[in-house]
Design a protein around this ligand. Structure first.
Ligand code: ADP
Ligand code: MG
Length: 256
């Protein structure tokens, strides 16, 4: 077969959206990320699981450049993440992040929380920013809370606002670091449902979570981290039914 008959694919649609090459990170003597190699394709949903202290949060923070790396390279949509400067701010806007603690601005309304980034960082006009914010709040089911302050909302609602706020920057990839672990059990599903919907719409996502239900519903791939290394990767089905390493078996035995 020759490739002549094939339509040419632009490089941008085939290259990984997020790519890590030999990424290493130390905190003093502690080697928290060890030779991490990871490619995440456009539209792919990757779930990262592993014991506490294995480096999952550091990995997310490195991808968003909230944390520097010692060596290796991280690229977002083909562009190397620089150490600082204007180019970093631009690339960082491509990476949305949702944390365990929602980190909403306590003295601003829900609507303002979502419009602030687009107006201040992206230079959007207030009118269009409000329209965008309202449509995103509606998407995560909290548009009827727009005029309230964060403290007037439940944890699950606040976390959905945090998702809308991240989406308002129109990121290319969304990182979630244990987005439901601070929530009361009855609120976990409303947040996971919003994330599953986002995944189905084709968002590229890296999600640190121990919610197996989410992984089974939405993940294309599960990555198991331990001691700063990627120890295993597989489909959710494969990983949960047939983990290969002792570390993964041991870990699953504790959380399932
Ligand atoms: P996880 O998210 O998998 O629980 P982390 O990435 O938060 O793991 O942390 C990995 C290791 O790095 C842990 O041992 C943690 O204590 C340590 N660590 C994380 N952040 C810092 C920091 N800012 N300074 C020193 N050590 C840190
Ligand atoms: Mg963590």
């Amino acid at each position: 077969m020759t490739s002549e008959a094939q339509p040419s694919t632009p490089a941008s649609s085939t290259r990984p959206l997020v790519s890590l090459r030999k990424v290493n990170k130390h905190f003093g003597d502690l080697h928290v990320l060890r030779d991490i190699d990871l490619d995440v394709a456009r539209g792919e949903v990757v779930v990262v699981i592993g014991p506490s202290g294995s480096g999952k949060s550091t990995l997310c923070r490195a991808i968003n450049r909230l944390e520097t790396i010692d060596d290796g390279e991280i690229t977002i949509d083909g562009k190397v993440l620089p150490a600082e400067g204007k180019e970093l701010a631009k690339l960082r806007a491509d990476v949305g992040m949702v944390f365990q603690s929602f980190n909403l601005f306590a003295h601003k309304s829900i609507l303002e929380n979502v419009t602030l980034g687009p107006v201040k960082v992206k230079g959007m006009k207030p009118g269009p920013a409000k329209d965008l914010a309202m449509s995103l709040l509606k998407r995560v089911g909290v548009d009827n809370q727009a005029q309230k302050l964060p403290a007037q909302l439940s944890g699950g609602q606040q976390q959905r606002v945090a998702i809308a706020r991240a989406l308002a920057m129109q990121p290319k990839v969304m990182l979630f670091d244990e987005p439901t672990s601070a929530l009361d059990p009855e609120m976990i599903n409303e947040v996971l449902d919003a994330m599953v919907a986002l995944a189905k719409e084709g968002m590229t996502m890296i999600v640190v979570t121990h919610e197996m239900g989410f992984a089974r519903r939405a993940a294309d791939r599960v990555i198991f981290m331990a001691d700063g290394q990627i120890m295993e990767q597989a489909t959710p089905e494969e990983f949960f039914t047939n983990p290969r390493s002792e570390r993964a078996k041991d870990f699953l035995g504790k959380i399932l």
